[in-house]
Ligand binder design. Structure first.
Ligand code: NCD
Ligand code: ZN
Length: 335
């Protein structure tokens, strides 16, 4: 049995820089036609020059020429209208991080108070630049995303023309917001469709499954599965594949992030097949995102086949999700 996906897209991806970029970028370009590239480098990507140079480094690191990096700038509330107008030519979105909430987000926004963000949001609405948000407070770890929902609601209500993407949602409550506001969308990762907090810390600690936001309860995973498997038009696949070297994961002070880029499509096919929903995978991994972002990706056909794939123990210095385990689908070719 085979399944051909047209231009699969990863709408939330970390490819890092330097040696790590060279290890991971080709793996994304093997599976995907395009990806939204996160700007949380050190220092974060905040200028057009840095963005263009980073884009060139990504292009040089991908082994195929049929992969388009869709660039984002790290949100700052002091970007002027003129700057954003110029930036619009080079970016797909701005990514807002609450300050210090996750890896390399120290330069993020320290107050979600609308008064301080209004000018930028108005400019983005007018220029039709989507706002991508890491939606967590610094409260109790299991409640952070839910606590942030009032911020999402405020943003959505006050800026109805602003397209807002709730990145990597992990809760039933976030899922429920999609029906409430026309301008709210969401990405869902592979790992949050597979795991709950039990897989991270219920038995022996699994550092390679530790990420922000942390995986939640079974009922939360069920709500995400329902959205993804039905390919709800307001959700898109965004892996949040976030590589860290093995020694930064298997240590005290484990870095947050799950590395899934090279196994994502295979594991998604397995999941969608298990639930009898393979026909909806195309919409979840591509069509929905094309409509939401209003763009046409390059034509790339990725064929998966129902053939065992033993996930490598590592890719360079990075350990992937399902390392050493067997997946039921593999990638046959990408043309
Ligand atoms: C991401 C990273 O490592 O850059 N980590 C993660 O746990 N998801 C940042 C992020 O998206 O939060
Ligand atoms: Zn991320």
């Amino acid at each position: 049995m085979t399944l051909t996906l047209n231009s699969p897209l990863d709408m939330h991806l970390h490819v890092r820089d330097n040696d790590m970029l060279k290890t991971v970028a080709p793996l994304s370009s093997n599976s995907f036609a395009s990806a939204i590239i996160m700007p949380n480098l050190v220092p974060p990507v905040t200028t057009i020059k840095a963005l263009q140079e980073y884009k060139q480094r990504i292009i040089r690191s991908t082994c195929r020429d049929n992969f388009t990096p869709l660039m984002t700038l790290f949100f700052k509330s002091d970007y002027s209208y003129e700057f954003l107008k110029e930036a619009k030519k080079y970016i797909a979105a701005l990514k807002l991080y609450p300050s210090g909430i996750t890896t390399n987000s120290e330069g993020g926004v320290s107050s979600m108070d609308i008064d301080g963000l209004k000018d930028t949001f108005e400019a983005m609405s007018e220029l039709e630049i989507p706002l991508l948000v890491h939606g967590e407070t610094n409260g109790f770890v299991m409640d952070r995303e839910k606590e942030f929902s009032s911020v999402y609601e405020q943003f959505a209500k006050n800026f109805p023309k602003l397209k807002i993407v709730m990145e990597h949602i992990t809760t039933k409550h976030s899922a429920s917001l999609l029906d409430k506001y026309e301008n709210l969308y969401a990405t869902i990762t592979l790992h949050h469709l597979y795991i709950t907090l039990d897989d991270v810390a219920g038995g022996m600690l699994s550092p390679h499954l530790f990420c922000k936001p942390i995986a939640k309860r079974p009922e939360d995973r069920e709500a995400l599965l329902k959205l993804a498997l039905s390919a709800n038009p307001k959700v898109m696949f965004g892996s949040d594949s976030a590589p860290h070297p093995q020694d930064k994961k298997e240590c005290c002070g484990c870095a947050a992030g799950v590395f899934t880029a090279p196994i994502a499509l295979q594991a998604l096919a397995q999941l969608f097949e298990r639930h009898g929903k393979l026909k909806n995978l195309q919409a979840f991994v591509s069509d929905n995102a094309q409509k939401i972002y209003n763009f046409k990706p390059i034509d790339k056909k990725v064929t998966l086949e129902k053939k065992e794939f033993i996930v490598p123990n590592s890719y360079g210095s990075v350990v992937p999700m399902f390392a050493g385990e067997k997946l039921l689908w593999s990638i046959k070719n990408a043309l």
